[in-house]
Design a protein around this ligand. Sequence first.
Ligand SMILES: NC(=O)c1ccc[n+]([C@@H]2O[C@H](COP(=O)([O-])OP(=O)(O)OC[C@H]3O[C@@H](n4cnc5c(N)ncnc54)[C@H](O)[C@@H]3O)[C@@H](O)[C@H]2O)c1
Length: 277
Amino acid sequence: MEDIKKSQSISELRSVYDMMSLKGKKALVTGAAGGIGRTTATALAEVGADVALMDIPAKQDLLEKYCRQIADLHNVRTIPVTGDVSTPDAVAAFMAEIEKEFGTLHVVHNNAGVALPGDDSDIPYETYNQYVAINQTGVLLVMQASANMMKKNGNGGSIINTASISAHIINRGRPGLDRNCPGYPSVKAAVKHMTRAMAAEYVDDNIRVNSISPGYIVSGLHDEWDVGILEWFASTVPMGRLGQLDELMGVIVYLASDLSTYATGTDIIIDGGYTIW
Ligand SMILES: NC(=O)c1ccc[n+]([C@@H]2O[C@H](COP(=O)([O-])OP(=O)(O)OC[C@H]3O[C@@H](n4cnc5c(N)ncnc54)[C@H](O)[C@@H]3O)[C@@H](O)[C@H]2O)c1
């Protein structure tokens, strides 16, 4: 048995660049036709992973375009896969396609999600159920299917769920615009909590499960929002601005790679300080 008191010397420390590498690894990003997904797929490719980019069938063309761009940029293999993360049969189908093409998965960014209009105290039944189906059940289904593939192949792996600052706080409604969002924050809080439960479940299989909680990131998600609302949100962030997509690349590479081998069941907030106040 190793000496429990023996700490590593400087010469025993591994190289940060070696730990960061995902060369030879296979990754999946869901919601990859969206802003955050296409960005994290690019980041994973840059450090060497082959990546499956997954989104809804209506975004097939966009997925193919991003696959070509990422493969050209980083000289890795990329494949587009489509489906609906909230439907067990669809998840089984795209996971089978990935297994056929890649053989296995080592990294999953479980990121598909929606932000829907009408998220106030009168939130319609259908809207709330859509939140649960896509943003919560969808995360569970992809997590289960990914872990099953990792277990079958015995590689261990890293699953990263996209929660949100809304998992930590209730997004403040703009003055005069009463919008305290009972839908989105409650399912994002469920993602954060589910992450912890699954981290404990999969720890013996060497599968780590963590989540990220971005703040307001300019991604396409807010395309329909009024510029005035975005400016007001920016003014509520201690840094005084919205986040940019590449400001999420570091946290994904960290959680996906050997840089974070002692991190599981944790959530990392990247929000310009929003949750300080
Ligand atoms: N942008 C932000 O400010 C922000 C902040 C915190 C958390 N998030 C979360 O980040 C994730 C990505 O969001 P984004 O900002 O890139 O938004 P986005 O709208 O650009 O991307 C989301 C993607 O998910 C896909 N998607 C939706 N329903 C799906 C389904 N049923 N099956 C498969 N794919 C589906 C969409 O087609 C879209 O391409 C979401 O989970 C979102 O809730 C975003």
